[in-house]
Design a protein around this ligand. Structure first.
Ligand SMILES: NC(=O)c1ccc[n+]([C@@H]2O[C@H](COP(=O)([O-])OP(=O)(O)OC[C@H]3O[C@@H](n4cnc5c(N)ncnc54)[C@H](O)[C@@H]3O)[C@@H](O)[C@H]2O)c1
Length: 352
């Protein structure tokens, strides 16, 4: 068991400014830096610490190695009235996915549905920020991506599939519905975080390189992650690759390069769909029906040892409300790693 880790709380506004400064100092145009910084801080606010500003050093290393283009601008082309394609041109995945979902929403507003395939992109962090973008426009959404190999196929021993999150959402009343989940027992970012913080991991998350269960995050990173639900998790990871990789023209079948590997371009693919929820009755009625579902879920009879039942995305929303008020907790080693990046480009440190 890990000893309790000291953290310091930084206000989200300071973190946002810091992230934007580091990004612009590394060649990202100001407006794009703002978009990327907002996505990273959104992850930290929701408690998805694995996909927030702690990713900055690895992203900057990719820029330094010339495998991620800080100045690239994704382009959008219309394919049919309800289908568009985004070419990320090796820009940040946050930019390609942001433009992609904006385009999907625009088409859905007119035609009821908008589908966007994204190629030549990069890691876009936490999928929920894209789902939230759709919810902010009163849209339902599907958000798929593929990612670098980390999981074996069911029955396999070596890495082939990504820990590629499947995400979807719908607007509601008390809370929106936001399901955002990796098809592994745990997201690989949680193993990186445990390694960063000197913590052990549960034995059912991963196997070491010899195929044995391990609680050592470093050994797990040399081995394979385990899919959730055996062949079902492996099947969902394959689904992400079919829709995001095979369909888009991006890399697939284990050929996406990971965000921590600065040796080559990533060539990630995404698949984004926006759906207008008021196609069959009014938006108000849709939201009333979502509220009915929400209340049925959260007031379900509780199992022993459960204090409360949550709707998907609700825990993260509660985290966000708390962190917006109290600041985002970072460990000293995390702050040091970020400030090392700041020093390398001469921008102000992140402080509490
Ligand atoms: N871009 C990438 O390549 C990549 C890869 C892997 C993971 N990720 C991101 O990592 C993040 C974490 O993924 P994860 O699978 O570890 O998430 P998780 O296991 O923490 O949560 C998965 C889902 O279950 C819901 N949930 C969790 N606990 C719940 C409870 N007690 N009651 C009801 N619902 C509950 C959450 O709201 C969420 O929708 C995601 O944001 C994902 O997008 C990104």
């Amino acid at each position: 068991m890990a000893e309790s880790i000291q953290t310091q709380n930084c206000p989200a506004t300071k973190v946002l400014r810091f992230a934007q400064d580091v990004l612009t100092a590394n060649g990202v145009p100001f407006e794009n830096a703002e978009t990327i910084a907002k996505c990273l801080v959104a992850a930290d606010l929701r408690g998805i610490d694995t996909h927030g500003v702690n990713r900055i050093p690895s992203y900057m290393e990719r820029i330094r190695q010339g495998v991620l283009d800080p100045k690239a601008e994704p382009t959008v082309s219309q394919v049919t009235p309800v289908v568009a394609q985004v070419d990320g041109h090796n820009a940040f995945g946050f930019l390609a996915a942001s433009q992609g979902m904006e385009k999907a929403i625009e088409m859905a507003q007119v035609f009821g549905i908008g589908m966007v395939s994204v190629k030549h992109s990069n890691h876009f962090g936490m999928s929920a920020w894209i789902v939230q973008k759709a919810i902010d426009a009163d849209m339902m959404s599907l958000v798929f991506t593929n990612s670098s190999p980390a999981l074996p196929v069911w029955g396999g021993k070596s890495k082939l599939l990504g820990v590629s999150p499947i995400a979807c959402g719908a607007p509601g009343k008390t809370r929106p519905f936001i399901l955002d989940m990796a098809p592994s027992v745990a997201a690989r970012g949680k193993i990186y975080k445990a390694k960063r913080r000197g913590e052990r991991i549960p034995l059912d998350w991963a196997l070491d390189k010899d195929g044995a269960p391990t609680d050592d995050p470093a050994a797990a990173l040399e081995g394979v992650m385990l899919p959730m639900g055996g062949p079902k998790g492996s099947g969902l990871a394959l689904m992400m690759d079919v829709f995001s990789g095979v369909l888009s023209g991006s890399a697939f079948a284990g050929e996406v390069t990971g965000p921590y590997d600065p040796s080559k371009q990533a060539n990630v693919g995404h698949f984004l769909v926006a759906i207008k929820p008021d196609l069959f009755f009014s938006l108000e009625e849709f939201k009333d029906r979502m509220e009915y579902l929400y209340q049925r879920v959260v007031t379900s009879e509780k199992r022993q040892d459960f204090d409360r039942i949550y709707f998907p995305g609700e825990i993260e929303q509660i985290n966000q409300e708390r962190r917006e008020a109290e600041g985002i907790p970072y460990t000293q080693s995390e702050v040091d790693a970020l400030n090392k990046e700041a020093d390398s480009v001469g921008v102000a440190h992140l402080t509490a």
